[in-house]
Ligand binder design. Structure first.
Ligand code: FE
Ligand code: FE
Ligand code: ZN
Length: 280
């Protein structure tokens, strides 16, 4: 079965998201841990978290994906911004222990003129402070489109961060189809080649989640504008080749397309319809 969900609003709490996911044919979902522009984390309602855990178990959900706020920049130039990023990630990882066994995705950050090498070192340094042996969440670096001074625009940059993290077994990568396409990886004409590169540089065993988005812009545009499935420059055929690829098909997929719930329901049904169940 295709494991697929979409980004959901977290304002009504954990259980509400689980029920919404079920109502649109999803068996997982992504949510912001707090306001995407930053802000305080809400106190966790233990009963609400327990109810979601039950719902996920009952309906065999794939791992959930928590998304860090965009304002978190672990490789900022200013020390107080790095302190803020550390505080956010520490708080989020503590909160996620209420729903153990899931994943936490973050944008590696922007090096803002310090150069990517400095950026990579700062990101790894923060991860080394924040990750701990007993945690039950896998932390994912998201592949970025490479706008501005974004770190994580190439597989090499992601690998360089991972190489410096001591608790490497707690880490993985979330591949965003819009971002890699905008970043210059031609998943339309050469998915095989892109995955070979990923495997050689990062290792496919590190790939834990996929953001399945079309792109409003052409290959290599470094823009990061998501389009609905089949309405962008990647196209339905290429996106369905991603969900069906032998080395990707068992991963969880998360839509971040510009949709309301009914649009998400349609895209989930569309991709499920094109998913070839394994007969062997
Ligand atoms: Fe993201
Ligand atoms: Fe994404
Ligand atoms: Zn994006």
């Amino acid at each position: 079965m295709l494991h697929i969900g979409c980004h959901l609003s977290s304002t009504k709490g954990f259980l509400a998201m689980g029920k919404t996911a079920l109502s649109i044919g999803a068996d997982t979902f992504q949510f912001f841990t707090r306001n995407p522009r930053g802000g305080k984390a809400k106190a966790v309602d233990a009963e609400d978290a327990r109810a979601l855990r039950e719902l996920c178990a009952e309906h065999s959900f794939a791992p959930l994906l928590a998304h860090a706020p965009y304002t978190m920049n672990p490789c900022a130039a200013e020390e107080h911004l790095i302190d803020f990023a550390r505080m956010v990630m520490e708080g989020d990882l503590a909160m996620l222990e209420c729903v153990p066994g899931n994943m936490y995705n973050f944008h590696p950050g922007s090096h803002v003129k310090q150069g990517s090498e400095v950026g990579i070192a700062k990101i790894a340094a923060m991860l080394n402070e924040v990750l701990y042996k007993e945690m039950h969440t896998t932390v994912l670096l998201e592949t970025m489109a490479g706008k501005g001074s974004e770190v994580g625009r190439s597989f090499e940059e992601l690998a360089a961060i991972l190489d410096k993290v001591q608790l490497n077994e707690k880490m993985g990568v979330c591949l965003d189809t819009c971002h890699v396409f905008d970043g210059g990886y031609d998943i339309v004409n050469d998915l095989e080649g892109v995955l070979e590169q990923f495997d050689r540089i990062v290792g496919l065993s590190k790939l834990r989640a996929i953001h399945i988005n079309d792109s409003k812009n052409p290959l290599g545009s470094h823009k990061d504008r998501h389009a609905c499935i089949g309405e962008g420059n990647i196209g339905l055929a290429a996106l369905s080749a991603v969900t069906n690829h032998p080395q990707l098909r068992l991963l969880p997929f998360y839509l971040e397309t510009p949709n309301e719930l009914d649009g998400y329901a349609k895209e989930i049904a569309l991709l499920r319809g094109l998913y070839k169940e394994n007969t062997c």
